[in-house]
Design a protein around this ligand. Structure first.
Ligand code: ADP
Ligand code: MG
Length: 418
């Protein structure tokens, strides 16, 4: 019973990086970083060495080799080095009779881990086999060294060593590597689809944009033709030129707004004027609304609200909601999307209301879950990304919808107090 408790505790520690990855990266549109691996492995090593399996004081068994291998595979050589230093210092502090053999075993497994992790990275077809082999080696090496150096101690506690060391290392490495790989692969797939969805959204907006840019260009062309005539007065000429400049400036603004959403997101946070941001998104989305015969309006009470966010992420967020609202209105007559802003106990509210097709309760339940879409060519990623982003900004989102009547999304975000 005691053995099982020991093993279970160590397996729990082995899962620390996996659990922390799921918590920390759950709402983030990026995959893990090497620093994350280094930090979680450091933590995991301390935990497992502080509460190790042991039958005789001074001889401790934990999942240090598993963590080292995992750190080298998913982190870097730097991670390995940090773990090595951490292990040596901490093991010296613990001390005891098994100190020398522990150091010898660790140096051997460390070198082996470097070789195996390099192989693991370069030979993807043998990953399962390499992991299995590593688990066996990490069990056989300590037992072998103890056999040579501490024969009596080993034989007195043989069942403990055979059961605990083999289970901890083989099961630990298999659990950690396979679960972590699965989580990382899922995230990668999600990010890939997200990128595809973003490109598609941009494509839709671009189609309507080309439409929009044509109008001012036609106007400018007309005025230029007028200016070319000799018969018109100097004042009129000046007036026409002013209109042309204005139209071209507007076109330029529309294009630069569009280009800014098409660029990849950088991770900088800044103070954002919510109203200005919304106005610029509406500028981008108006052509799309017009193309679909939908009116797009913003009703604001002129309050100035600031939030701390990444402006491109916020743009993408509002585009997703507004685009859905416009799309929900395409099949109704006099489709209308209204955006409002509100402020309530340190929270900024953005309300996106449409009089479109609405949603059934069943659809509402699935909202924001990955890949849910009721559209023929929809991806269901727009809202998944948006919901995650809102959560990562400590905000929330609520929705009211009635089939045939319309939908209202209320996005709540904390205002910045700085
Ligand atoms: P997509 O637009 O690719 O379908 P989204 O994640 O943006 O994916 O939206 C998921 C689903 O949520 C849509 O397919 C639609 O069924 C529903 N939905 C979102 N917004 C609205 C809305 N304003 N009115 C009606 N249905 C909506
Ligand atoms: Mg959408």
């Amino acid at each position: 019973m005691h053995y099982i408790q020991n093993v279970l505790l160590q397996l729990l520690f082995a899962l620390t990086p996996f659990v922390l990855y799921n918590i920390y990266y759950h709402d983030k549109p990026v995959n893990y970083s090497k620093n994350f691996i280094t930090i979680t492995c450091t933590l995991c090593l301390i935990l497992s060495m502080t509460f190790p399996s042991s039958v005789q004081s001074g001889f401790i068994f934990d999942i240090r080799y598993v963590i080292m291998f995992f750190g080298l595979v998913f982190g870097s050589m730097f991670t390995g080095l940090i773990l090595l230093v951490e292990f040596v210092i901490y093991r010296l502090l613990i001390g005891g009779e098994g100190l020398v053999s522990a150091m010898i075993i660790f140096m051997m497994t460390y070198t082996l881990s470097i070789v195996l992790s390099t192989l693991y990275r370069s030979r993807s077809e043998y990953r399962g086999l390499i992991t299995f082999f590593a688990g066996i080696c990490f069990s056989v090496i300590p037992i072998g060294i103890l056999f040579l150096m501490k024969f009596n101690y080993l034989t007195e506690n043989l069942p403990f060593h055979l059961i605990v060391i083999f289970s901890q290392n083989s099961l630990g490495i298999w659990l950690l590597i396979s679960l972590f790989n699965k989580a990382v692969a899922d995230k990668q797939l999600y990010l890939k689809f997200l990128q595809k969805d973003k490109v598609e959204t941009i494509g839709h907006v671009a189609a309507s944009l080309a439409h929009e840019v044509r109008n001012p260009l036609t106007a400018v062309l007309g005025f230029l033709k007028l200016i070319r005539q000799d018969s018109i007065s100097k004042e009129k000429k000046q007036y026409y030129i002013d209109i042309c400049v204005e139209e071209i400036q507007r076109t330029e603004e529309i294009l630069s707004e569009y280009l800014s959403i098409a660029k990849p997101i950088d991770p900088t946070y800044e103070e954002i004027d919510l109203e200005r941001q919304l106005l610029s998104v509406i500028e981008i989305m108006t052509p799309y609304a017009r193309m679909n015969d939908v009116t797009l309006e913003i009703h604001n009470k002129g309050q100035s609200l600031h939030i701390s966010a990444n402006s491109k992420e916020i743009n993408q967020l509002f585009i997703n909601f507004i685009k859905n609202a416009i799309e929900a209105c395409t099949s109704v007559t006099r489709g209308k999307v209204i955006i409002r802003m509100d402020f309530e106990s340190l929270l900024a509210k953005v309300i996106i209301h449409d009089n479109g097709i609405g949603m059934s309760n069943e659809q509402l339940d699935k909202l924001g879950t990955i890949y849910f879409s009721s559209k023929n060519r929809g991806t269901g990623l727009g809202l998944t990304y948006s919901y995650q982003l809102i959560r990562s900004m400590n905000g929330s989102v609520s929705v009211r919808s009635e089939q045939g009547k319309g939908t209202e999304f209320i996005i709540t975000l904390p205002v910045s107090t700085a």
